[in-house]
Design a protein around this ligand. Structure first.
Ligand code: AMP
Length: 233
C-alpha cells in the first residue's frame, strides 16, 4: 500500500474538493492544507490579516498572489508536518501561484495534480445547499445535515452557510475560476502532472476513483525518481 503523497487538488468551488481532500488526507496520512480554511480561521480569530482577507472573500475576489504564496510557503515549511506529504486544496489558483509552488517544492516536487471535474450547473446547485462548521470546516448539506441540527458531528461547532456562498458571490467565483484557474490546469497538463477525475457520483465512488489514480501516479513518480521515498511502504 502507498502511504504519503504530495498533491494538489483543483476543481470548481462545490466540486467536492474539501470533502475529497479530507478523505485523501486520512487515507494517505498527510495534512489537508486548505487555503480557504486557513483564511476563514484568520477571519474568525479577528487578526488584522483576517480582516483584510474577509473583504476579498466576501466579494468573491482572489487575494493577491504574493500574499497567498507567503501563506502557503510558510505552511509547507512548518516543522515536520509535511514531511510525508500533503493534500493542497485551494492553491494554486493562478499561474503565478503555480510557478511559485514549483519553486517552493523544488526539493521534493509534486506527485500529481488532480482536477476534480463537475459541470458549473451542478456546482451552483450544490453550493446553494452547502453548510459548513465554523470551527473545524467539516462540510454538510441541506440534504445531508449533521446528526443534531445544526451542530457539527466532529466538534459540536455551529454549522452554517458560508458568507461567500450567496448565489452572486458563487457566480463570480465560478467566472473567476474559468478566467484565472483554467490556465493553471493547462499549465500542469503541459508538465505532465495533471490527472482528470470525474467528480460526479457518490462520495465513496469519487473517493475510490481518486485513490486509484493517486496510487498509480505516486508509484510512477517514485519509480521515476528511483527512490522509495520516505512515505512509501
Ligand atoms: P475556498 O474555500 O477555497 O473557496 O476559498 C475561499 C476564498 O478564499 C476565495 O474565494 C478567495 O477569496 C480566498 N482564497 C483561497 N485560496 C486562495 C488563493 N490560492 N488565492 C487567492 N485567494 C484565495
Amino acid at each position: 500500500m502507498i502511504s504519503g503523497v504530495r498533491m494538489v487538488m483543483l476543481g470548481r468551488q462545490g466540486a467536492g474538493k474539501g470533502t475529497q481532500c479530507g478523505r485523501l488526507a486520512r487515507h494517505y496520512v498527510v495534512p489537508h492544507i486548505s487555503t480557504g480554511d486557513m483564511l476563514r480561521l484568520a477571519v474568525k480569530e479577528g487578526t488584522e490579516f483576517g480582516l483584510r482577507a474577509k473583504a476579498y472573500m466576501d466579494a468573491g475576489d482572489l487575494l493577491p498572489d504574493e500574499v497567498m504564496v507567503g501563506v502557503v510557503d510558510e505552511r509547507l515549511n512548518q516543522g515536520g508536518t509535511t514531511r510525508r506529504g500533503f493534500v493542497l486544496d485551494g492553491f494554486p489558483r493562478t499561474v503565478p501561484q503555480a510557478e511559485a509552488l514549483a519553486e517552493i517544492t523544488r526539493a521534493a516536487p509534486l506527485d500529481l495534480v488532480a482536477d476534480l471535474q463537475v459541470a458549473p450547473e451542478v456546482v451552483i446547485e450544490r453550493i446553494a445547499s452547502r453548510r459548513s462548521c465554523l470551527d473545524c470546516g467539516a462540510i454538510y448539506s441541506v440534504a445531508d445535515p449533521p446528526k443534531y441540527p445544526w451542530h457539527c458531528d466532529n466538534c459540536g461547532g455551529d454549522v452554517v452557510q458560508r458568507d461567500d456562498d450567496t448565489e452572486e458571490a458563487v457566480r463570480r467565483r465560478l467566472d473567476l475560476y474559468d478566467r484565472e484557474t483554467a490556465p493553471v490546469i493547462a499549465w500542469y497538463a503541459e508538465r505532465g502532472l495533471l490527472v482528470e477525475v470525474d467528480g460526479l457520483g457518490s462520495t465513496d465512488e469519487v473517493a475510490a476513483r481518486l485513490v486509484t489514480v493517486v496510487d498509480e501516479r505516486v508509484a510512477a513518480a517514485r519509480a521515476a525518481s528511483g527512490a522509495a521515498g520516505p512515505g512509501a511502504t
